[in-house]
Design a protein around this ligand. Structure first.
Ligand code: FPP
Length: 277
């Protein structure tokens, strides 16, 4: 199914309204929270919340791609999530396997590139295998890059990067004076993508929960009370519209931004330097 051709007239209007504001975020990252509460409120097992959450994932990926967002990063399973009851963990792994098996062709047909960050060899073998297959299959696509954070911990990634840097220093490939923010970024799993412009978190929690700690330094944060299974494409449009109207200062003052809007190349250089573009 071609996602661009399959939009309702109403949806086209809404998407055009979002695009008309301009300033579309290049990278949207989402902490998909509240699946358990959504299910509990309905006296359903927690896994039903995760199942409904997959439906939200499907539509939000589609809507992001239709809008022209270049990077969407979803926090699907944290390293800490392994400590959840075994039944919930294995249910989530099955859902992930099911999603990848069933969606990969449609994602591929719509030019989506699948990637993943996290300690992937901790995943059950069948999940790891199908994930790798999806990554390889969609590798050359240049539309939306969909990154699934799986068995992910940002502190773990930062420590891992530090270990790699130390090894390179020991081998004489790098000298300590050469370690800059840019070099450090190059050792993170997120090295090939720009920093998120917008972080969305559902279910009202005001935390970043060990997600992209380094990369979110200058991201705008949008929190909605809605639980992830209730989050709809209209909520995504609302979050993006809200982002687009904000003033991102990157440590400068409003007055400096106004002064420099005449010399936009300067501001663009500041933004590029900070957001790793
Ligand atoms: C947080 O809700 C959500 C998760 C830990 C898992 C997210 C997974 C999915 C949405 C489905 C699988 C993903 C993909 C990409 C197919 P919670 O369980 O912590 O909710 P609670 O805080 O209300 O208990």
């Amino acid at each position: 199914m071609n996602w661009l051709e399959n939009r309702t007239d109403d949806d086209k209007v809404k998407q055009n309204e979002v695009l008309a504001i301009g300033n579309l975020p290049k990278h949207v990252a989402i902490i998909m929270d509240g699946n358990g509460r959504w299910a509990q409120q309905r006296t359903m097992p927690r896994l039903s919340g995760h199942k409904q959450g997959v439906e939200t994932v499907r539509d939000i990926v589609k809507a992001s791609s239709q809008l022209g967002v270049k990077y969407l990063t979803l926090y699907a399973f944290s390293m800490e999530n392994w400590k959840r009851p075994q039944k919930e963990v294995s249910g989530l792994m099955k859902l992930l396997e099911f999603y990848l098996k069933n969606e990969v062709e449609e994602l591929h047909a719509n030019n989506v590139r699948i990637r993943s960050i996290g300690k992937l060899n901790a995943l059950p073998k069948p999940v790891h295998k199908i994930l790798q297959k999806a990554i390889d299959h969609t590798e050359k696509n240049d539309g939306l890059t969909l990154t699934l954070a799986l068995s992910y911990s940002s502190r773990w990634d930062i420590v891992r990067a530090t270990q790699m840097i130390s090894l390179d220093v020991r081998r004489g490939k790098l000298s300590p004076e050469d370690i800059t923010e840019e070099t450090f970024t190059d050792y993170l799993l997120t090295k090939d993508m720009p920093d998120p412009d917008l972080l969305i978190r559902t279910s009202g929690e005001m935390r970043i929960s060990n997600f992209l700690l380094w990369e979110l330094a200058y991201s705008e944060i949008y929190v909605t009370k809605k639980c992830w299974p209730d989050f709809e494409r209209n909520d995504l449009y609302e979050a993006i519209s809200c982002f687009a109207k904000r003033e991102r200062r990157f440590g400068l003052t409003s007055a400096q931004l106004i002064d420099q809007s005449n010399s936009s190349s300067y501001l663009q250089r500041v933004v590029n330097a900070i957001t790793n573009r």
